[in-house]
Design a protein around this ligand. Sequence first.
Ligand code: C5P
Length: 208
Amino acid sequence: MIIAVDGPAASGKGTIARALARHYGLPHMDTGLLYRAAALNLLRMGLEPESEFAAARACDIDQIDLGDPDLRSEAAGSVASRISAFPLVRQALIERQRHFAALPGGAVLDGRDIGTVIAPNAQAKLFVTATDEVRARRRWEELRAAGLDARLEDVLADIRARDQRDSARSAAPLRPAEDAERIDTSTLPVEAAIAAAIAAVERRRPSA
Ligand code: C5P
């Protein structure tokens, strides 16, 4: 079974995707990490994020350790959201994701375009949302827990800018697949959000 989990930044999709992978014993791919790896590569190579060709060159990410803590930085996230609008970048990273989705026992992938572009054939598709304010506060709390000093207003502005770029781009924009089940995590505790996700997958699961 392929499970596609899409949604905007800090919506809770990563937590839900990891929990679903554990619950169903499936491998999980956080596809945002691939875009972040390309962004980090580009920053380290000193290339221009405005150039589609430079960004496409940075997609050779084999030498990037996907556990590198720098991938989680705001700088990597912000450059990732800029270069992910380039068709050449999306094309360079698509194969890796489709290959993962096609693993024989199935897989869980989270991102922005899993249910629409990467795995439109997924049996279960979730679109995870939360209000801008709730998502900004979550991200701000994560940054503070990591010892980073950030202002809540700045984090909110960054989240809104990123949502705008992800939704407005013409290449694989962030949008729910027609057959996706929506989960709004704004007022849900983590365990309740996970339970809602499992219930949604169960409704879609092919009967064995
Ligand atoms: O999910 P995360 O914040 O790590 O993703 C970083 C950026 O990568 C997003 O803002 C988005 O622009 C891009 N991305 C994408 N398609 C995906 C996953 C991430 O365009 N499937």
